[in-house]
Design a protein around this ligand. Structure first.
Ligand SMILES: [Zn+2]
Length: 403
């Protein structure tokens, strides 16, 4: 064998062994050999190296079934720390997490309308503050950013809210922190986060629809993030769903985002509040301009019928996108995430009902629409997942809910 080929197969085998131990949770050398098809000797050599690097630990002995009891192996979840960053909200969110996605330290910095270079400086500041809480060797930094990305080059092609155009964010961060940097679009990162850390059914295919300030989807096919031809897979927010609808920030009218996003709901709520000064929402904030998603959640929780109907209407519009995605891809597991997912069944039940009316009965029956359990951490965890797969070569199959 050529030296490079030998080296390639050594790396391939190492990654295979580590992935198997990580995905099994707890296993033995013999089981790893059986699952990977590698010889016992090769597995023992590789495991030995991982134990030296403290990535893998021996945790005990399996109950004997007649033969020699097997020593159990686990990935040492705290052997490395990772930094995950989410730039897709009105605050920049970041966390230090361990190899299993457990959050060690969480930090949010308000964006306060900063954009351009000032927003880049805020990203630096967030990472520097998080670095102070990294207590183990660091694997790298993963980023989920809004807008269109070139994930290979780490360039943000366009992020309208942050006024970033052709921003070489990957290179800037690599120069500043001298660490491995991986960047994905926020919805695509969310799909990875859900797939890796909240996928107890170990589904190989899933769609995440992230509904927050904007609306977009992330798609996992056969256990891999699907990027599309120009890395824009899942950009459903600017598909027209309302004829003669409201103006959208993209320049068109009636886009999905104009009816399904936190901005859309806030715009409607402000209109109602101005027309009806006695409406309860006027008591929750000094002025309609100061309503936030929190205001709507409070009103929703107290049973305000107009907010309940606004959320349901958003769900019925969202159902159009869900029906197309479910029908086109025949993916049974659709997960709703983002700030509007906090309305829970109030948003999701109308989606289900409308999908049932709008697609083939058998398809609708198989389609399961749920709310993500990862809450506000979903993009951070997806960014961490980028590091696990790229830096450790983990072939992730979903590891169930985290403790
Ligand atoms: Zn639009």
């Amino acid at each position: 064998m050529h030296k490079s080929t030998q080296e390639d197969s050594r790396i391939h085998n190492s990654r295979l062994v580590l992935s198997t131990i990580y995905n099994r949770g707890e296993t033995s050398r013999a089981e790893v050999a059986r699952l990977t098809g590698l010889t016992r000797t090769t597995v023992s050599e590789i495991v030995g190296r991982f134990i030296e690097e403290s990535l893998v630990t021996e945790t005990g002995v399996s109950p004997s079934r007649g033969g020699k009891p097997a020593i159990l192996l686990q990935v040492n979840d705290d052997a490395r720390h990772l930094i995950g960053i989410d730039l897709a909200n009105s605050e920049f969110r970041g966390a230090v997490v361990n190899l299993r996605g457990r959050v060690i330290r969480r930090l949010y910095l308000p964006v306060d309308e900063l954009d351009g270079q000032a927003a880049v400086a805020l990203v630096y500041s967030l990472i520097e503050q998080l670095m102070a809480h990294v207590e183990r060797p660091i694997l790298g930094i993963g980023i989920g950013t809004p807008g269109l990305m070139d994930p290979q080059k780490g360039i943000v092609r366009q992020a309208v809210n942050l006024d970033w155009h052709e921003l070489p964010l990957g290179d800037l961060l690599r120069q500043r922190f001298n660490l491995p940097i991986y960047i994905a679009n926020d919805s695509q990162a969310a799909a990875l986060g859900e797939f890796t850390f909240a996928n107890p059914g170990r589904h190989n295919n899933l769609v995440i629809i992230k509904v927050g300030r904007g609306t977009s989807a992330g798609i996992v096919l056969d256990g891999k993030l699907f990027h599309g031809d120009n890395s824009g897979a899942g950009e459903i927010g600017h598909v027209k769903v309302v004829e003669a609808g409201a103006a959208c920030r993209c320049g068109n009218t009636g886009c999905l985002e104009t009816v399904v996003s936190s901005r859309a709901l806030l715009r409607q709520a402000r209109e109602i509040a101005r027309q009806d000064p006695d409406w309860m929402l006027n008591r929750l904030a000094p002025a309609p301009e100061m309503f936030t998603t929190e205001t709507l959640l409070l009103a929703y929780a107290s049973g305000d019928p107009r907010v309940i109907e606004m959320v349901a209407q958003a769900g019925r519009h969202l159902a159009v996108a869900v029906a197309y995605l479910a029908s086109t891809l025949n993916i049974n597991h659709i997960v709703i995430a983002g700030s509007l997912s906090r309305f829970g069944e109030g948003l999701v039940q109308p989606v289900r009902e409308q999908v049932q009316k709008g697609t083939l009965a058998s398809l609708a029956r198989q389609t399961e629409i749920t709310v993500s359990s990862l809450g506000g951490d979903i993009v951070i965890l997806g960014a961490a997942s980028l590091l696990l797969s790229n830096e450790l070569g983990l072939n992730l199959t979903g590891t169930g809910p985290q403790q």
